[in-house]
Write a protein that binds this ligand. Structure first.
Ligand SMILES: [Zn+2]
Ligand SMILES: [Zn+2]
Length: 743
């Protein structure tokens, strides 16, 4: 159950800004939110809204009970009134300096200071201003209703003491709640001088509405009542229903103090929240996500990248700020995708399924083999034990809403799977010991299915794809249940899939995210949304200019291409299918004759590099963060000269400079040829003398395949596997990064 919380000043303010009615605003944003959740693969039994007749009904009924039971008091408040706008100003419509000592934020809102998080009353602000007309408001008396929280304190405290333990509340929720209780509860105003809200069903207050934080949590109930007329089966049935809630830390007191007090005060048998799972903040690159300031990547932005939803979900969940603030960074997203999803999970699943899918002469013709003898196969038995333990831990973590831990455990099983494949040397068993190979493949395919189950809550689109590749119908139930003995089953993964089952067609599950793409997104989402819009306009104009220029030069190029393609045909297709040998790379000694910053990208250099040709090549490299400009000048480097030229932020890069980076990618150094190496000389690998391709076909992933084995060794020598990059006068080295990767 979820929905959009629509009443209150925030909406009225936004409607004022966009020059429409609050209802129109809510209609618009409800659809936007719903679509974003849908894209993120977040499913609800019902995703509703609070501006419904059901909300009015439930909210007013609760109010009447509180009134009858004498938990409400009346009081006169002083509220800012704007003489110019002729109305009481809602808390958010007043801005001023924060009264908290040491904070002094000058644009604190009347309800809360965004900087220090303190909840405020508008009258506490220093130098208050009307947000609409900027005039100083005056203060007028207005009568309001208050929920007498102090009278409900003992009951509330008993609830918090019990449930925070029984429900395993997250530490941050416990901490905030007890801080409120310690500070002493005060009567809390539940009405407002507004139009957009649930009207107060009382003669004296009929022109007022309920304060949004009184009515918002009641939305959970009313949204359920929109879904089913039998909503009380859930909401008034505490013996049989467990209520779990998820939120960011700024919403805790409304759910652990105010909402339960409201429900307790009705004296009805409400289902109170059992477990609350609260997240800290996710910060963006260098600063803080801020919806109001438009800083960061938001739901609708994510949709517009070509990063698939399972990658977003995986990254956000591994990075879920469960105990402390965490940081969103594009480089980290790239690292997690490339190393965890692609190299660990995707690789495991694909390796297993592709092998089974091979024809019967070299694989299993897509049929899951018979695991006979698995019980007495030591490696497989040991794996089963480990997996069984992991699944138990996984269930325990998930029961306690330790989502990050659950995800990590599931990924460990994938890691175990890779280790198992490696250790079993199944490709040898296939030739030398077929029955054991069958055990390994049957077991591994069982793990593939198990992973689809365990990861389904985290990356459901991945699980659906795996089901498809395993040739199971999409409606296959993936959730584990101890009652069906799923933990026991997971100890014998070779029994998970039936022998003889025919799998579908395996395809790779994840795609690598390239440095250029990361750079592109970092640039794209830098600054605020307003800045971005401005930048997009400028870029659009630039692109039009470039296109106009390109049209002229394109006509010339077409002639060239016609000659080249006839040459290629003459050579025949045999060379295209050549095996991926390191000799296909055209690496040369180059001299950087000039380096400068890229005019349109902060992290890129543009270099002119002499590689022994008539003209120097223009090369774009993402090294600004790692190597000072002056160190780039006049330097000998190793240059990969036969990548397909690619445009980087508007400049065509005609080669790539090889550099090594350490494991967390915080340090990058150039791969350097010996000082006396001749410019233009080819860099080779002992024993590989083949001719390099003219241009590496990007579709065949030649570079990507070879790059995996390029690294620096303990002696700082750049190597492919254990073969050094060699020139006529010696090997190529780096300054200090040992055992780094080269790209
Ligand atoms: Zn403040
Ligand atoms: Zn005003």
């Amino acid at each position: 159950m979820c929905g959009t919380d629509e009443y209150g000043t925030a909406t009225e303010t936004k409607a004022l800004e966009e020059n429409c009615t609050p209802k129109q605003i809510c209609d618009k944003y409800h659809v936007i939110h719903r679509e974003v959740y849908k894209w993120f693969d977040i499913s609800f039994d019902h995703f509703g809204r609070t501006s419904t007749p059901q909300q009015t009904e439930v909210c007013q009924a609760i109010f009447k009970k509180l009134w009858e039971n004498n938990w409400l008091s009346e009081n006169t408040m002083q509220q800012p009134y704007c003489e110019t706008c002729k109305k009481f100003l809602a808390d958010r419509l007043v801005e001023g300096s924060c009264p908290t000592p040491g904070c002094n934020y000058d644009s604190a809102r009347g309800d809360q200071c965004e900087k220090c998080g303190k909840l405020l009353n508008p009258t506490e602000l220093k130098d208050p201003r009307c947000k609409v007309c900027r005039n100083t408001p005056c203060i007028r008396d207005t009568d309001h209703l208050f929920l007498e929280l102090p009278l409900l304190k003992d009951e509330l405290e008993a609830y918090v003491n019990d449930l925070s333990v029984a429900g395993g509340w997250s530490q941050n929720a416990i901490h905030t709640t007890y801080a409120w209780l310690r500070e002493g509860l005060k009567p809390r105003c539940i009405t407002r001088d507004l139009k957009w809200g649930v009207p107060v069903p009382h003669e004296k207050y009929k022109d007022k509405v309920f304060y949004v934080w009184f009515d918002a949590p009641i939305g959970y109930v009313s949204i359920t009542s929109c879904y089913t007329t039998e909503w009380e089966k859930w909401w008034k049935n505490p013996e049989n229903v467990e209520l779990y809630q998820f939120m960011g830390k700024d919403n805790v007191p409304f759910h652990t103090v105010i909402f339960p007090s409201t429900l307790l005060g009705t004296r009805e048998n409400w289902t109170l929240m059992k477990t609350i799972s609260v997240t800290e903040y996710l910060n963006y690159e260098a600063g803080k996500f801020s919806k109001s300031k438009g800083i960061g990547v938001f739901g609708n932005d994510a949709k517009e990248t070509n990063i698939p939803v399972e990658v977003w979900r995986y990254y956000l969940l591994t990075n879920r700020p469960e105990v402390s603030d965490t940081l969103f960074s594009w480089v980290d997203l790239q690292a997690k995708l490339n190393s965890e999803l692609l190299n660990n999970l995707g690789n495991f699943v694909n390796r297993v399924l592709s092998f089974i899918a091979k024809d019967p002469a070299s694989g299993y013709g897509s049929i899951i083999p018979n695991p006979e003898g698995a019980e007495s196969h030591p490696l497989t038995k040991a794996l089963g034990e480990k997996v069984g333990n992991y699944v138990e831990q996984y269930i325990e973590a998930m029961e306690k809403v330790k989502l990050k831990q659950g995800l990590k455990i599931a990924m460990s099983i994938s890691g175990e799977g890779n280790g198992y494949l490696q250790e079993s040397q199944f490709w040898r068993l296939y030739k030398e010991d077929k029955p054991s190979c069958s055990i390994v493949m049957s077991t591994a395919s069982g793990l593939v299915y198990l992973l689809a189950c365990l990861l389904e809550p985290f990356i459901p689109s991945f699980s659906r794809e795996v089901l498809k590749q395993l040739n199971f119908p999409p409606e296959t139930q993936l959730s584990l249940s101890d009652e069906r003995g799923d933990i026991e089953k997971s100890k014998r993964p070779w029994h998970i899939l039936p022998a003889g089952h025919k799998i579908g067609i395996p395809t790779p599950l994840f795609k690598e995210l390239k440095d250029e793409e990361v750079e592109f997104y970092r640039e794209k989402f830098a600054g605020s949304q307003a800045d971005r819009n401005l930048k997009a306009e400028t870029e659009a104009r630039k692109i039009t200019d470039q296109l106009n220029k390109a049209k002229i030069s394109d006509a010339n190029k077409k002639k060239e291409r016609a000659t080249k393609s006839s040459e290629a045909k003459a050579k025949g297709s045999a060379s295209v299918e050549a095996e991926i040998s390191i000799s296909r790379l055209d690496i040369r000694v180059g001299l950087i004759t000039r380096a400068q910053k890229h005019p349109d990208a902060d992290s890129l250099y543009v270099e002119e590099i002499d590689v022994g040709e008539a003209q120097p090549r223009t090369v774009v490299s993402g090294l600004v963060k790692y190597i000072p400009l002056e160190e780039m000048q006049n330097r000998k480097v190793c240059v990969l000269c036969n990548l397909k030229p690619a445009s980087m932020r508007g400049i065509k890069s005609q080669a790539m400079v090889l550099a090594a980076s350490n494991s967390d990618h915080t340090k990058v150094e150039l791969v350097e040829p010996p000082k006396d190496a001749a410019i233009g000389e080819r860099v080779t690998f002992p024993g590989f003398d083949g001719k390099a391709d003219d241009v590496l076909n990007p579709k065949k992933k030649v570079w990507e395949t070879l790059q995996v084995d390029l690294h620096t060794n303990k002696e700082l020598v750049a190597c492919y596997k254990d073969l050094p990059l060699t020139t006529s006068v010696g090997v190529c080295k780096v300054a200090s990064i040992s055992e780094g990767s080269i790209r």
